[in-house]
Design a protein around this ligand. Structure first.
Ligand SMILES: O=P(O)(O)OC[C@H]1O[C@H](O)[C@H](O)[C@@H](O)[C@@H]1O
Length: 260
């Protein structure tokens, strides 16, 4: 699989051109993103873990699930030691699935304690089109059942894995969880009791934050041993799809910062 690596004194980030997929981010050798030990890295199917890109829709709002961007080859436009620009443009395959011309620019920018992931969607067609999608980030943690996200405290959400309307209780995320939580632009959590850093995710251009860990109903490319070791906090466009006129753009981003 064709990959590039960004690095500086404390960090290293691997990016696969297949899917324009950030595979890993290590800070002082600790994983910030989770990559499944069973992830298929053959370049023939979506990769479990890291940061899949969902476009032009989220989940089963179209077919294939989560769109085609995560299973297309992206092009590397340029990179330095700490910054990469990748691009995906419509092609014959994408036009057959979704008949619209587009360009997506993915920027990955690393600094001492921050990683910026930015997607700019560009309508290069002569007609308008509508889309959704996500930065479907998998964060590494010791135990997805014991994550404290104070900023969610008290919010109601629909859990599609239990079918229940539930309420966040700041001390721990419910499990299993698959929730589309509207209007959440900031998440802060401690990935483990022993972690030397708090993770802060600032999201922009999204309408929702999707939170996912399916517990025992995990997919086959997640091992039993690792099932609690990730939590997805996704910057997603799910409910209010975006319409772009010709030459119009939209940016979707996650800025992930680590603090003591
Ligand atoms: O298995 P995938 O196609 O990668 O989807 C993985 C998950 O993505 C999102 O988090 C959705 O909310 C889940 O419903 C879905 O199961």
């Amino acid at each position: 699989m064709s990959t590039i690596t960004l690095s500086n004194r404390h960090n290293s980030v691997d990016i696969s051109l297949y899917g324009g997929h950030v595979l890993s981010w290590h800070h002082n050798n600790q994983p910030i993103f989770w990559l499944s030990e069973l992830a298929d890295l053959s370049g023939e199917t979506a990769i479990r873990g890291g940061v899949p890109i969902c476009f032009p829709w989220f989940a089963e709002q179209g077919s294939p699930k989560h769109g085609f961007a995560r299973t297309e080859m992206w092009q590397l436009i340029r990179h330095t030691e700490t910054e990469a620009l990748l691009e995906l443009k419509h092609n014959q395959r994408t036009l057959e699935i979704w008949p619209n011309r587009f360009r997506i620019a993915l920027t990955v920018m690393l600094s001492d304690d921050t990683l910026l992931l930015s997607l700019v969607f560009d309508n290069t067609d002569s007609k308008s089109w509508q889309f959704g999608g996500a930065l479907h980030s998998y964060f590494s943690c010791d135990n997805a059942r014991a994550i404290n996200v104070a900023s969610l405290d008290g919010l109601m959400f629909h859990n599609s894995l239990t079918g229940l309307e539930q309420q966040f209780n700041g001390c721990q995320l419910p499990n299993p969880i698959d929730a589309i939580v509207p209007s959440v632009n900031k998440i802060q959590f401690l990935p483990s009791i022993a972690a030397s850093h708090t993770v802060t995710i600032d999201q922009d251009g999204n309408d929702s934050c999707v939170i996912w860990n399916p517990a025992n109903n995990h997919p086959t490319d997640v091992s039993k041993k690792q099932q609690w070791q990730f939590i997805c906090f996704e910057s997603a466009i799910v409910n209010n799809l975006i319409t772009l006129q010709p030459r119009q753009q939209h940016q979707l981003s996650q800025r992930i910062s680590l603090s003591k």
